[in-house]
Design a protein around this ligand. Structure first.
Ligand code: HEM
Length: 460
């Protein structure tokens, strides 16, 4: 009896292993990935990807060429290392290359399944995109955005970033089968649930205040009001939790990106002052040399160089250093490779930005490289599942860059040189680098104070 039970168990294990081997052989015959990087059994290359991954990505691209493939705990992740392959796959074939990887911890537990940046191509995603698009790409994109939630949101974007880009931080997002363990065994779950609860409570509080103002007819025009009006339309029937995530996702995705971009521009001005002097001379021609007025968005057509500054700011040291993974939704072939549905793709942002075949003298901050026909397309070359807030983002950087360059001298502090390769500025309350920031003249100080007082007295 016992021996036959033993044989039966052996048989089951044997057929399981055989099945695995046969499936693997079939998979390998059917599909072909570019430059597969050797890894460990089961975990694959999970321990190979550092955080942040920018310079690692540069070295890997030098070693493996235009594309290479990692195995992250069984998931295939293909890095695209030239703008040629990024354009061919993520842009021209965007219809099938734009979903998102399944992330049970980040997307479901930490975000209640309602945070757009983590969603696959679903109806939920489409609804939120439509609402956001209608708000951000109309006249609103030229208005000011402000909000009490900002500090709260800036305080946790670093945590989201780490979960997004560091495979070691979130095992359940790498080995997604772990999410099928009984809940008490999911050691990561309490943190995720607490994270989500705290956020929903905070968002809900702000949401109720806003609803109350809207009901009393005293809500000032702002994008949060537009989100709620948009979400109230019949064609966008979404839950209350989704409504508040739609609204707060805009602040989340739009604030820290803009903060880091403006810092990046300041670092670029301190390290390569030549372009900043040129920009200021051009602004002087439009706004006057004696602090007559601050530049504004209506000056854009007369200041194309500042638009080139915005593009160069986003190129110089991309702060989403190794891109944001996209998921392929159906099998596809490209230049002899065969990718199964579910393969993940990321654009290797650092390696593209710092490659001298893509940009001459790429380490320099040089807005001149963008003084061409693409100038009016701020996202070209920088965003893929196209950033829904790119017009707002580009306008915000534009106005910040123009005003800062007009009013301040920016210099490196020789005692504290700026680390140009560190763009992981996750603590918004701490200065990320030292720089000498001097008002240009008393007239400029007066102008800043006048404008500052008007801004402070404005009730949003
Ligand atoms: C410097 C400014 C900005 C940069 C560099 C930037 C960059 C990006 C990138 C790289 C993505 C991911 C694209 C992809 O997956 O292929 C993204 C998505 C997104 N961005 Fe931006 N962004 C900026 C400003 C903004 C602003 C101001 C807003 C809103 C007001 C915004 C809202 C969003 C949203 C909601 C998504 C998610 C879209 C989706 O997953 O469908 N962004 N952004």
């Amino acid at each position: 009896m016992i021996p036959s039970l033993g044989y039966a168990v052996l048989l089951i294990i044997g057929s399981f292993v055989l099945n695995l081997v046969v499936s693997k052989i079939r998979f390998n015959r059917k599909y072909k990935f570019p430059n597969v990087v050797p890894g460990w059994p089961i975990i694959g290359n999970m321990l190979d990807v550092p955080y942040p991954a920018g310079m690692w990505g540069v070295d890997m691209a030098k070693k493996y060429g235009e594309m290479f493939t990692l195995n992250i705990g069984g998931r295939r992740l293909v890095y695209l290392n030239s703008s040629r392959v990024v354009t061919e796959l993520l842009e021209k074939r965007a219809a099938i290359y734009s979903s998102r990887p399944y992330r049970p911890m980040m997307s479901e537990i930490m975000s209640g399944g309602a945070r757009i940046v983590l969603m696959g191509y679903t109806d939920k995603w489409r609804n939120q995109r439509k609402i956001m698009h209608s708000i951000l790409n109309g006249k609103q994109s030229e208005k000011k955005f402000d909000d009490e939630l900002l500090n709260f949101i800036l305080g946790y974007t670093g945590t989201l970033g780490e979960y997004q880009f560091n495979p070691l931080k979130s095992p359940a997002d790498v080995f997604t089968w772990l999410s099928r363990l009984p809940k008490p065994l999911q050691w990561w779950r309490p943190f995720g649930e607490k994270f989500c609860e705290t956020h929903v409570a905070m968002f809900q509080k702000e949401y109720n205040i806003l609803l109350d103002k809207m009901n009393k007819g005293i809500a000032k025009p702002c994008f949060a009001v537009d989100v709620l009006h948009g979400a109230a339309k019949k064609e966008f029937e979404i839950s209350d939790v989704e409504k508040i995530y739609t609204w707060t996702s805009l602040i989340e995705a739009g604030s820290d990106t803009t903060r880091v971009a403006v810092l990046q521009m300041i670092a670029g001005a301190a390290c390569y002052p030549g372009w900043a002097r040129k920009a200021r001379d051009l602004i002087d021609e439009v706004c006057g040399q004696n602090a007559e007025r601050l530049p504004n968005l209506a000056d854009r057509s007369r200041l194309p160089y500042i638009s080139a500054v915005v593009k160069e700011t986003l190129r110089w040291r991309p702060f989403l250093q190794s891109g944001v993974p996209h998921t392929l939704t159906q099998d596809d072939e490209y230049e002899g490779y065969k990718f199964p549905a579910g393969t993940e793709f990321s654009w290797n942002a650092y390696s593209i930005a710092l490659n001298d075949k893509e940009y001459s003298d790429p380490l320099r901050f040089e807005p001149e490289r963008f003084m061409n026909d693409d100038l009016k397309l701020p996202a070209k070359g920088h965003c893929r599942r196209i950033c829904v807030g790119l017009n707002v983002g580009a306008n915000n950087i534009w106005i910040a860059a123009a005003c800062i360059l007009y009013c301040f001298d920016i210099e490196q502090d020789p005692e504290h040189p700026i680390d140009q390769f560190n763009t992981l500025w996750e603590e918004p309350t701490k200065p990320p680098f030292k720089v000498r920031f001097t008002p240009r003249s008393q007239a400029h100080i007066d102008l800043i104070e006048r404008e500052g007082n008007i801004a402070l007295a404005t009730d949003y």
